[in-house]
Write a protein that binds this ligand. Sequence first.
Ligand code: AMP
Ligand code: MG
Length: 411
Amino acid sequence: MGCCDTPGLMPVSTAIDILLDQTTPLTQTENVSLIDAQNRITAEDIRSPINVPPFANSAMDGYALRCADLEKSRTLVLAGKSFAGIPFEGDWPEGSCIRIMTGAEVPVGADAVIMQEQTEVDGDQIIFTASATAQQNIRPIGDDVKQGAVVIPKGTLLTPREVPMLATLGIANVTVIRKPKVAFFSTGDELRQVGEPLGKGEIYDSNRYTIRAMLEKMHCEAIDLGVVPDCPEKLRQTFLSAADDADVIVTSGGVSVGEADYTKDILDQEGEVGFWKIAIKPGKPFAFGTVKDALFCGLPGNPVSVLVTLHVLVQPLLAKLAGHTQWQQSIALKAKAETRFKKAPGRTDYQRAIYRMNEQGELVVASTGNQGSGAFSSLSLANCFAILEQDRGHIEVGDSVMVEPFSAVLN
Ligand code: AMP
Ligand code: MG
């Protein structure tokens, strides 16, 4: 343990290791049509059934010819045309050429295409103003993808970079891993639904909106179980039915010391759950374990803590569960502090910040100000987390700071 580690707090990396260790990827698959394949994860390697391009074709509008003919004469006779979808078929005599359009099949025997800008047309005589090298402007068969090659490995998230690739291969259906089912609810007697008036001491339940929005961005099936009051029997019933319906249960609130007792007692009886104190700010109180066959992630109640722990801790777990083998947390970049960042040593801070390129072309980062774990407003001002390492104290203007631009899940 380093000089500034706080005894009893679990480092973030240890927590992630345990979460991942307890998570077994889903294996059940579904067959979906390509139109529904976006944001799904491949359950097997996808091999190309065809060559791409399936035939040698022209990269230019111009003329297909034999280089040997051009060496003998700069003027060749036009013998036919090959357009995209309407190839030239048949023989074309020595000393002739074929008019060809981009994407059109190169006629058998042609070994070069000269672009039309390098020609002059005189009736059916084509005068070439440039010479040709073999295979010039020809896209060979299989140049992009070879038939039988693995194009998309198992465990890939299908995005606008993969779905059109599958269309190029003519693949109409894809076998994908089923989506993780995640049941979630908020706990707390003080919580009211949006649209209702607030009574004395009450606040609106915002965490369920955070959880739902992020689960959907993480491509999970989100099962909203509403708000559960701080009532042992209601909590017990909700946990048990959630465990029947879902692979993972995510809750907010009721896991910090003192008022965690209901949740803790129930989970001691119905599952195996550890109540952790993680060296992260915000987001220190976190519960993790199993309830029947479901994994359980108990997030703190404070709204910013919910977002940060979902992002830092729950996201890697869900990626592994979903079978997304190439998932990685967004990369952090080194920036220069433009403002002071207040920090005490002992925990890794995920502070809300704004990064930008300054006039000198340097990456710089400024704090959004209030970093309270309940102060959600500064999140919408921010475009990144400033990740301030566990053992660091205050960061002064000009110091180096790692910034993690908000990923797709938070945008
Ligand atoms: P707890 O962990 O239950 O003690 O909650 C910590 C803080 O977060 C308290 O101020 C709660 O009122 C607040 N909080 C808990 N749940 C929610 C929620 N669903 N939406 C907004 N704030 C919440
Ligand atoms: Mg509470």
